[in-house]
Ligand binder design. Structure first.
Ligand code: SF4
Length: 288
């Protein structure tokens, strides 16, 4: 019987796989070389004095926390104030953030999944070939007859016409979640819902018994590419992803191609685009 040594097994996060699918060069910069992102999320800053605004990552984490803990608008208002208090935001910023984030939270609370019993922040490890893929699902709801519903909340500020393309960027993530639910819970059918809270759009995807082998095959291929890609074997390829890429200047010099779209107040070097969405689960990244 062949012996598999621990060093032969690699770990990669779902976020890293999504990055690879988006742009191999970006993957090499961020995950192979470990270059620091501009504008990466930071921990609550209450101890560093008054905070004037939260960046997109921090806002995403606050929304996820409130959706997890509250079941009514009244509870949500209370939890939201408490979460913002942990960041030490000023009173003016608190009022503005409540006005901005409350409608997003209400959209989740009005969804059918908000009324169902499920498990929040469910971590998983997925063995695909010689690689272990790690991730955390926002909400997993077991149903009858081997049916599982998975919800992933997106807090990106995007336009309605961008939803389709954003959902495509998250396809690998949804596939990984479906495979994880199939393996760990014996799910024969998985409904995965990408819930964009701004704008209010839901993008459902259905996975059945005939899909899981193909998903695994695709993930094995991606994981193999992840192990092989280097700076020499990849090159910059301009696409709409360059607009939100943290390494645009490395590829294109000068001002790069980054952020010719909407940048919100306080976001400085951070675009509110698909890549800016950070769920709580992203804290569990185990990239190699
Ligand atoms: S700037 Fe564009 S080509 Fe360069 S790493 Fe980013 S997404 Fe890829």
């Amino acid at each position: 019987m062949p012996v598999r040594t621990a060093s032969a097994v690699r770990q990669i996060s779902v976020s890293a796989l999504m990055c690879l699918a988006r742009c191999p060069r970006w993957y090499v910069y961020e995950y192979s070389l470990g270059l620091a992102r501009v504008g990466r999320s930071v921990a609550p800053t209450a101890l560093r004095g008054p905070v004037e605004w939260l960046n997109a990552s921090q806002r995403g984490q606050v929304v996820h926390a409130v959706c997890q803990k509250a079941r009514t608008s009244e509870e949500a208002a209370e939890v939201l104030n408490s979460e913002l208090g942990a960041y030490g935001v000023t009173e003016a910023a608190r009022l503005e953030l409540v006005a901005k984030l409350s409608p997003m939270i209400d959209r989740f609370l009005e969804s059918p999944e908000a009324r169902l019993e499920g498990v929040w922040e469910q971590p998983f490890l997925l063995n695909v070939g010689e690689t272990v893929v790690s991730g955390v699902m926002d909400l997993v709801i077991p149903g009858a007859g081997g049916h599982v519903t998975i919800v992933d909340l997106k807090t990106n500020t995007i336009e309605k016409h961008e939803v389709k393309s954003a959902a495509e960027d998250y396809r690998i993530q949804m596939q990984a979640y479906a495979l994880a639910a199939h393996r760990a819970m014996g799910a024969g059918r998985v409904s995965a819902v990408l819930h964009f809270l701004y704008p209010a759009e839901r993008v459902p995807a259905e996975f059945g018994a005939g899909d899981f082998a193909a998903i695994e095959e695709g993930m094995v291929k991606l994981a193999r590419q992840a192990a092989e890609y280097t700076l020499d074997s990849t090159s910059p390829v301009e696409s709409h992803h360059c607009r939100t890429c943290h390494y645009s200047q490395l590829c294109w010099g000068g001002g790069g191609r980054r952020c010719d779209g909407v940048v919100e107040r306080g976001d400085d070097a951070e675009c509110d685009a698909p890549e800016a969405d950070v769920g709580v689960g992203d804290d569990y990244d185990l990239s190699f």
